[in-house]
Design a protein around this ligand. Structure first.
Ligand code: GDP
Length: 399
């Protein structure tokens, strides 16, 4: 059954956002008795590493001790990149110590607008690719505009470098997920839940649970093949309540814990009408996942490859529905490769995850690149933000 296990992922949380999100992935893996995820966190700031709750202490790696003495690099991503370059061995040793085992993919998680993760991630991606044959993906967090132009500028530079170094960059846009009137910091916990829910489900697909494996199992090679075009990707998600299933035993369903009751979207009238028809319900759920709020809002019609995952009680998973949903996705994206399958999980919910890989048009990314150019043009006026130092507009962090 080797071919049908879930993806073995090695996470590297880089910087504050990256560390916190990876900490959540480990919590998720622990709570759900998984063993698919390994992780370390890397930072130049000691307090950020100390604040993590689920990673072992030996898996928290402090770099730049001589230069910044555990105080971080602020928003200076050039320094973040330089320290990472100089101390890459410390990071690689930590990865070795943890053990690669049967890792199938590396995922570097980082906020692209700051200093440590923004500057360090591209350097680490390049180095990992040199040493290992496994793909290196980045789960990158885009800053909200209110964080200031410097964050946008940093994110644009980091992103420009990452798309060259990593095998794929999957983005989550903080600004698309923050509620009106909510502070960005106040939103972090909620946003991190949204992130872990989507990617946790995607990367655990294919596991052999109490309910066995799916009829149309999604294995790790299908995720890897979907992402193989590189560039930038985005993820959609939707859930609905199971209609005619027996209630599941409380606390036994790991799936319920991921999704959580509060996350239920209001059922739309069309879902009620289709309630008896499993095939149409699955099609409608997948449509909602793709047409609803994506991790990175984008022009989904420009997607090259896609993967559709439908998880829930076996009774509610319908092969025909998944096939129809795959065809529907295929009709609506630029490419023709759409993979997909099911993931049996004991739950009161059915969830759909749609991975839209290698998209060609995302307004937020275009906007970030524009801000970066303007910032360069007006850098004298915002000198106090320390932008002058970064002399090339959206030049990569390094060549
Ligand atoms: P670094 O430590 O220098 O890498 O920088 P940070 O990770 O503190 O910040 C970089 C970006 O990540 C900023 O745009 C923050 O808004 C964002 N960020 C920081 N913490 C979190 C978090 O917990 N969740 C999310 N979604 N974004 C965060």
């Amino acid at each position: 059954y080797n071919w049908c296990t879930s993806m073995k992922v090695f996470f590297i949380g880089f910087g504050q956002a990256g560390g916190k999100i990876v900490d959540r992935f480990i919590e998720f893996d622990n709570r759900t008795n998984g063993s698919s995820f390994r992780a370390i966190a890397v930072n130049t700031a000691r307090t950020d590493l100390m604040g993590l709750q689920h990673l072992n202490f030996e898996d928290r790696v402090l770099i730049g001790q001589t230069s910044v003495k555990g105080h971080g690099v602020g928003t200076d991503n050039d320094t973040g990149a330089q320290i990472t370059f100089d101390e890459i061995d410390i990071i690689m040793n930590a990865i070795d110590r943890k053990g690669i085992g049967d890792t199938e993919a590396f995922i570097i998680v980082s906020g692209l607008g700051g200093g440590t993760g923004s500057g360090g991630s591209p350097v680490l991606a390049r180095h990992l690719k040199k040493i290992y044959k496994e793909p290196v993906y980045v789960l990158g967090i885009l800053p909200a505009p209110e964080e200031g132009r410097l964050y946008s500028y940093n994110a644009a530079r980091s992103l420009a470098t990452l798309v060259k170094e990593a095998d794929n960059v999957i983005l989550f846009d903080n600004s698309a997920w923050k509620n009106e009137g909510e502070s960005i910091k106040g939103a972090f916990d909620r946003l991190n839940d949204e992130i872990v829910r989507r990617f946790g489900l995607l990367f655990r697909a294919g596991e052999i649970g109490q309910l066995g494996i799916g009829e149309m199992v999604v294995d790790s090679s299908e995720i890897i093949n979907t992402l193989r075009g590189g560039g930038i990707s985005s993820v959609g998600y939707a859930i609905s309540e199971v209609i005619n299933s027996a209630p599941v035993e409380k606390d036994r369903s790991f799936f319920d814990r991921i999704i959580g009751r509060k996350q239920i979207e209001e059922r739309r009238p069309e879902d009620k009408l289709l309630g008896e028809d499993k095939t149409s319900r699955i099609l409608s759920l997948v449509r909602r996942a793709m047409l609803g709020r994506l991790t990175l809002p984008c022009e989904y019609t420009t997607t090259s490859r896609a993967l559709v995952l439908v998880a829930g009680p076996p009774d509610d998973l319908d092969r025909k529905g998944i096939e129809k949903a795959k065809s529907w996705v295929e009709e609506n994206i630029a490419g023709v490769e759409v993979r997909g399958g099911d993931y049996p999980a004991q739950s009161r919910y059915v969830a759909a995850v749609v991975l839209l890989a290698s998209i060609a048009d995302a307004p937020r990314v275009t906007n970030l690149l524009e801000i970066a150019k303007e910032t360069k043009a007006t850098s004298e006026r915002i000198d106090e933000e320390n932008v002058l130092k970064l002399d090339e507009s959206i030049e990569p962090l390094f060549e």
